[in-house]
Ligand binder design. Sequence first.
Ligand code: KG4
Ligand code: ZN
Length: 364
Amino acid sequence: MIILGIETSCDDTSIAILKIENRKLKILSNVVSSQVKLHAQYGGVYPFLAKREHQKNLPLVFNKALKKAGFKISNSQSPNYKNKIDLIAVTFGPGLEPCLWQGINFAKELAEKLNLKIVPVNHLEAHIFANWLSSLGKNFNFQSSIFKKNILPAICLIVSGGHTQLVLMKDIGKYKILGETRDDAAGECLDKTARILGLGYPGGPIIAKKAKEVKNKKLKIEIVLPRPMIHHQNYDFSFSGLKTAVLYNFKSHSLKERKSKEYILAMAKEIQQAIIDVLIAKTLRATKEYKVKSIILGGGVSANEELRKQFQLKIKNLKPKINFLAPKKEFCTDNAAMTALTSYFHQKEAKTPKKVEVNANLRL
Ligand code: KG4
Ligand code: ZN
């Protein structure tokens, strides 16, 4: 079957076309149009600006995705993708409401034209399923007892710009939120602290790059930031205090000091490490308490190399052995391939276009 996925929950406009046949998965196209440059000047995402961009980008991204997948679009009355697409998947939440509506309205129009149903997809579940986009061309029978026997139950750590959640995954579609952030998400903290330091947007990749530069250097400056809630006996997070600590530290230095390369590098390394320490400590505690077989990462922050490396080091000698899954980097941040794949497992929830609506505060 061929699934067309649409994702517009935040500041990326994405459309993907997947082919799933004989339990083999092929990504025919996965076009992501990023609005990073637009939002960089404001240091964050402005929903109504993002909505306008989605509106502008969707038809362009759609044509690009069709072309890449090998479909011709010359005849608009009877395009040759008409009878080839079997299902439309669209993110219906959580996310920025005006942005989500753009994707949904585009999906509705297309579904009406092609006489297809729509599977509304939970963006957080899609971040988990991004892990299986890497099993391209391989058998990926999730329903098989082997998958369940080897991988589940699992602890999923969803870390993105909008969310930080620890989730117990018992089965496909069966999730229990163990804890989540009480204020800023981990990615949001990276974005906001990068802004304080004048490093640009999005903060995660820039802070990661600066932190990496420290590797073979001995810095004269030592900065110690808090690890919020690391010892709390629950699975909640809080990153806004970390951001405030960065701001106070920044203000306590002279203009010259805080603009120095040494200061920026030391700060980047410590911000990244503080976040990693908290994420790993809480995830490992949940792993032990719930006696799971796997740790599954997802979301933009899971692209962080240091986070992955330190996770792998920490679980290397655990007994019983724990599987560690993280999506390929290109599938960590928002993309429609993960949306399309998730819909494959929720085909029973397919709806007529009229019935599809946004749920901006949707939970797992
Ligand atoms: O999942 P995502 O694309 O969008 C949301 O659903 O929020 O995540 C975006 C977030 C941003 O906060 C960005 O700074 C962060 O992911 N991010 C990273 C890295 N790449 C993106 N954080 C740390 N290290 C990275 N390499
Ligand atoms: Zn996301």
